[in-house]
Ligand binder design. Structure first.
Ligand SMILES: [Fe+2]
Length: 488
């Protein structure tokens, strides 16, 4: 472990320690065809049995990780809304009852969409669950997170802009190989909006079956992208996000949000904030007001890791979607720095990019420099919109590489964030190298809140002898006192 940390530290120093010398990867990917997998492929296999549940997926169902929302579709008739579950495989001591609904989208009629909240769960347990009836019933499992704890270790994977091509399948399989406990999804799910008429709904269904191999077992934390908007006036479909909202519920009331499009949750040692790039967010809008309050609820003593998900990147140096995140940057960047957000993950651009810790908050329209500058309080911005959808890669980066950009590569892939404790996490971006998973951009991440505090603590205590004499809990109380006495 020590060797791994040292190795990764050296990568960190070589990649982000030297200010303004970013790296544009020379790796050129031989492009696989970016075509959607045909509907009759086994990747979209319909489960056997009359009215068998399909498109099964789970997400966190509350604020603190003691609940899941389980969703599934029955194609022929409503069937049962019940989830049978328990702590032993094949022995389901508990039952929860959900709801069922369906909807139309132009001339497409959806299957029966079930959503069931399973709450009151124990932390850090493997639960087995069964849905459907008789010969058509299906069995799955999920693992609840550890109790909210600042030193809880936990592994997230981050995927964006996935779609349903062979590259998407490769990304999904690679992601599952990492053993990540939860998937943070940064928008643009199915790319069904690339189709028309009836096929839009059909491709939402095929995508649901496609991701079930992961999403029925590991919770996916959803955020919406532009491909979820589906504004189709020629079909008479003009209400944004209709397919998405019918199919992918989020636990928004638990974080006092008024919309499923933006919400927050705590999981293990992380506080995760999901924003909507395509809902109003300027001053006084519901999303702005909500985020203003939610950031005040973040307690780094309980959840040291503060992570923000959005679709449109704020810092991007690709020609694709350049400057599209600028309006959200103007509104929210100041808060991200003030609250010392650790990481902002985005998608949208079909390539990988990581920023240095920089901000452009000194600039206002009447004074200051209008250029991002190094800022220790700023998050690292990571664009991981490289899931592998049918639109292919965004191959043209701006030249020269801007000072704010630390590493960029136009390949498919996904990221993992392995939280070790309150001060350290291991980050990887994994290139999808024509079917092989190749860890490419890796570093040790220091927590924005506790790393600073632990350095202050070392100075405060002076020498290791005094440190050894202090008990762990007392150390924490000393850190708290120091943190309250330092404005930084
Ligand atoms: Fe997008």
């Amino acid at each position: 472990m020590l060797v791994q940390l040292l190795l990764l530290s050296s990568v960190l120093l070589s990649c982000i320690g030297n200010g303004n010398a970013g790296l544009t990867s020379a790796f050129v990917r031989n492009e696989w065809p970016s075509n959607d997998i045909p509907l009759d492929n086994e990747a979209f296999a319909v489960p056997k049995g009359y009215n068998a549940p399909q498109q099964v997926h789970i997400t966190q169902g509350d604020y603190d990780g003691k609940a899941v929302i389980i969703s599934w579709v029955t194609p022929n008739e409503p069937g049962s809304n019940k989830v049978r579950y328990g702590l032993t495989e094949g022995k389901y001591d508990f039952t929860a009852e959900g709801t069922v609904q369906n909807y139309t989208f132009y001339n497409y009629k959806s299957g029966y969409i079930h959503q069931c909240l399973v709450n009151g769960l124990q932390y850090d347990k493997k639960y087995y669950y069964e849905i459907g009836n008789g010969d058509s019933s299906r069995k799955f499992w999920f693992q609840t997170p550890p109790e909210i704890n600042p030193d809880a270790s936990y592994k997230f994977a981050i995927i964006g802009d996935l779609g349903q091509t062979y590259n998407s399948l490769s990304t999904l399989e690679h992601c599952m190989q990492t053993g990540a406990n939860t998937i943070l999804f940064v928008g643009d799910l199915s790319y069904a909006d690339r189709y028309d008429n009836h096929d839009v709904g059909v491709r939402w269904d095929s995508w649901g079956r496609f991701v079930e191999r992961s999403a029925a077992y590991q919770p996916w934390i959803w955020s919406a992208g532009n491909h979820e908007i589906e504004y189709f006036p020629h079909l008479g479909e003009v209400i944004p996000f209709r397919n998405y909202l019918h199919r992918y519920p989020t636990p928004y009331p638990a974080s006092k949000s008024s919309s499923p499009m933006w919400y927050a949750m705590r999981r293990a040692s992380a506080h995760i904030i999901v924003l909507s790039s395509y809902s109003p967010y300027v001053k006084y809008t519901p999303q702005w007001r909500w985020l203003n309050q939610e950031l005040k609820r973040v307690d780094r003593e309980k959840t040291p890791w503060l992570i923000v998900l959005m679709h449109t990147p704020i810092y991007n140096s690709n020609d694709a979607h350049f400057m599209e995140g600028e309006s959200m940057r103007v509104v929210f960047e100041r808060w991200f720095c003030h609250y010392k957000v650790d990481l902002v993950f985005a998608g949208h651009v079909h390539a990988y990019e990581r920023s240095y810790r920089i901000s452009n908050i000194r600039y206002n329209i009447s004074s200051g420099t209008s250029y991002p500058v190094p800022d220790k309080s700023a998050p690292v911005y990571i664009t991981v919109g490289d899931g592998g959808n049918q639109e292919g890669l965004a191959q043209r980066f701006r030249d020269p590489q801007p000072d704010y950009s630390a590493f960029r590569e136009a390949s498919y892939g996904h990221s993992t964030l392995e939280i070790k404790n309150r001060t350290h996490a291991l980050y990887h971006w994994n290139r999808n190298d024509e079917g092989k998973r190749v860890p490419t951009d890796s570093f040790v991440l220091h927590n924005q809140y506790w790393w600073v505090h632990s350095k202050l603590l070392r100075n405060y205590l002076g020498n290791s002898h005094r440190r050894r004499k202090l008990k762990k809990n007392y150390l924490h109380s000393v850190i708290s006192k120091i943190s309250r006495s330092h404005i930084f």
